[in-house]
Design a protein around this ligand. Structure first.
Ligand code: AMP
Length: 635
């Protein structure tokens, strides 16, 4: 895999000191219709433009480019354990399907630069729609299928799409979730109205078409079965998509991405970080509604000539072996998931992990939230495969911190996502002085501009907000703030300590809730936990913990609960000091989380403080917050 011997630090150094040469080299990993004339324009920082004058296309690089060599090889593998559907599309078939979808979009009036909002479950047509937009130069904006009408309406208003592509329903845990009612409501709530709505009918939930606006996909597809839709060549800095960031309140923030920089960044990451090879299979358990779905379900693996699995289902249905069964069946070499999924599996019989042949798997990549050491250790030992944590954000599109085994086999370290990736000039900065902090000192994880290719260009329609939100919080420095705390050890490994906005201050001591969570989860009884800062008249704030135990019989009686709570506090005392000890640790059976698996700490905090928990449109299960209330009330 490693072609030329070099160290990651030398590779990284070159990417920062000689950006133009470095990225020009990476740019050879994709096809260009017209070569670029300038690698980087950083004359207007923090705005950066990459590969100026170059013309390319994401769909061409993901699909057409592979036709001469991979036409009959798998490209998209759609598996739904919800409906039992399973179908493999070869690159040639994917090419045809994308052209059909593109032709239908064009027939509905979609042109280059128009927005197309995609509100769909994890079905193959969702990927066709994304690729079709990319093909014709339309800007897609995928909205996670779990969002309800209000969130959808605000995104419709922000993106002002000409077309919305949707489906009759999604399904989760065996429960059908009809989409059309939510969509109709969202459109009626929104000020901006789409010209057309395109519906993929899966036969799961009946719906009505609005005359003159709504169209069923199947008959239109039939009319365009033999469509030939040529690729629209786009200047590298044209917009490929916008994606609204999760967890934001108020006006949604559309992360806007380019074409050429994104394609190059993904191609480079597939080579250097994920080490995926043409002809192999990639499996990401994420959803197309999230950035991982964009970068590492659809575009990244396909650009690398890999087959990609699109999975509709949960990790435990029909049983807790399903993910590994798919690894065995499709000989997956690279897998991508989230720590939450692993913590869910941790509560199941570990025998599921060894039941299937997972020897094809070279590594399991985990991202999206902190990977606590006990979970990392557990999955690493149970699976017997390398576990690679990687830290990034919707805004960056690809990893900021991880290891790049395509460059150097740097050992991983439990609890650390790794080190700065090439292209990212990562600094740990003091939040008040803006100065760099030393090893083992906590600072804000920041990136000095220019951000590398693939990162957000701006906030859609709001350059000022881009600068204000991301580049104005570090005193005296133009630096991109990740809003995460981090620390670097003496060997250069970074550790993420939690959001700067989740920081708690107990009696003048600043603490990362993440550190306390790590400590609580190191107790053998704990499956997962969340810690929030709760207002306290004496100490300013105190830490309050909520824990899910692996074996509920351990906490059946009140005495058992008190005993375990005492043990957990003693663990924190022992590991971090009494200052970090939570004032209480409550037990719940599930933590309140978003559909993407992020713990809703702010909402928990609000409930603890008797406040309104805020926007709950992303919550996976509203009853989990009720559990928090009941735990607080001592029931
Ligand atoms: P999102 O944009 O929704 O993917 O969220 C990005 C945020 O998730 C980051 O700012 C971190 O707070 C968190 N995050 C993502 N990956 C990791 C990781 N590997 N370790 C710790 N935190 C992570």
């Amino acid at each position: 895999m490693t072609t030329n011997k070099q160290s990651l630090s030398a590779f990284h150094h070159r990417s920062i000191t000689d950006r133009a040469e470095f990225w020009a080299e990476q740019a050879t990993l994709i096809d260009w219709h017209k070569p670029f004339t300038q690698v980087l324009d950083d004359s207007r920082l923090p705005f950066a433009r990459w590969f100026l004058g170059g013309e390319t296309n994401l769909c061409h690089n993901a699909v057409d480019r592979h036709l001469p060599t991979l036409a009959d090889k798998p490209a998209l593998i759609f598996v739904s354990t919800e409906t039992g559907a399973e179908r493999t599309y070869t690159f040639a078939e994917l090419h045809s399907e994308v052209m059909r979808m593109a032709a239908v979009m064009q027939a509905l009036g979609v042109e280059r630069g128009d927005r197309v909002l995609i509100y769909m479950p994890m079905i193959a047509e969702a990927a066709f729609a994304m690729l079709a937009c990319a093909r014709i130069g339309a800007i897609h904006s995928v909205v996670f299928g779990g969002f309800a009408s209000h969130s959808l309406a605000s995104r419709i208003d922000d993106a002002a799409p000409r077309l919305i592509v949707s489906a009759d329903a999604g399904s989760r845990g065996g429960k059908v979730i009809p989409y059309k009612g939510l969509l109709d409501e969202a459109i009626s709530l929104a000020t901006s109205k789409p010209d057309a709505v395109l519906m993929v009918d899966r036969g799961l939930a009946p719906y009505a078409l609005v005359a003159g606006r709504d169209h069923d996909y199947a008959p239109l597809r039939d009319q365009h079965l033999n469509a030939i839709v040529p690729v629209t060549w786009l200047e590298s800095n044209e917009i490929s998509y916008t994606l609204y960031t999760s967890g934001t309140t108020g006006k949604p923030k559309g992360v806007q991405r380019d074409v050429g920089g994104y394609a190059v960044a993904l191609a480079a990451s597939m080579k250097h970080i994920f080490c995926g090879n043409q002809g192999e299979t990639y499996f990401s358990t994420s959803d197309i509604g999230w950035v991982v779905g964009h970068s590492y379900i659809v575009y990244g693996p396909l650009i690398a000539g890999m087959a990609t699995i699109m999975y509709e289902g949960t990790p435990v249905r029909p049983d807790a072996g399903i993910l590994w069964q798919l690894v065995e069946r499709y000989k997956v070499t690279v897998m991508f998931s989230a720590p939450t999924a692993i913590r869910v599996l941790k509560k199941q019989d570990p025998a599921w992990l060894t039941r299937y042949d997972t020897s094809s798997l070279r590594a399991l990549f985990l991202a999206g939230e902190p990977l606590d050491e006990p979970t990392a250790r557990w999955i690493s030992e149970s699976l017997g495969r390398p576990i690679i944590d990687n830290y990034w954000q919707t805004e960056t599109g690809w990893p900021i911190l991880t290891v790049a085994h395509g460059i150097e086999k740097t050992p991983t370290r439990f609890g650390s996502p790794g080190m700065p990736m090439y292209g990212y000039d990562v600094r740990l900065l003091h939040e008040q002085t803006g100065e760099e902090v030393g090893p083992n000192e906590k600072g804000v994880v920041a990136v000095l501009p220019p951000l590398p290719p693939g990162c957000m260009q701006t906030v859609w329609g709001d350059d000022e907000r881009f600068v204000k939100t991301y580049f104005s919080s570090i005193p005296g420095k133009l630096a991109y703030s990740t809003f995460d705390w981090g620390v670097r050890d003496d060997d250069g490994y970074y550790f993420i300590l939690g959001r700067t906005d989740d920081v708690i201050n107990v009696a003048g001591h600043r603490l990362g809730t993440r550190e306390i969570e790590e400590s609580l989860s190191s107790h053998a009884a704990v499956a997962e936990c969340a810690v929030v800062g709760v207002a306290d008249t004496l100490k300013g704030q105190v830490a309050v913990g909520f824990a899910v135990v692996k074996d509920p019989s351990l906490i059946e009686e009140i005495d058992d609960r008190l005993k375990l709570e005492g043990e957990l506090m003693a663990t924190v005392d022992r590991q971090l000091g009494a200052v970090a000890r939570p004032s209480r640790v409550y037990f719940v059976s599930t933590l309140p989380k978003t559909r993407s698996g992020k713990v809703l700490r702010r909402s928990i905090q609000a409930v603890c403080e008797g406040r309104d928990p805020g926007d709950l449109t992303t919550i996976e299960d509203p009853s989990t917050l009720e559990q928090v209330r009941q735990a607080l009330a001592g029931r």
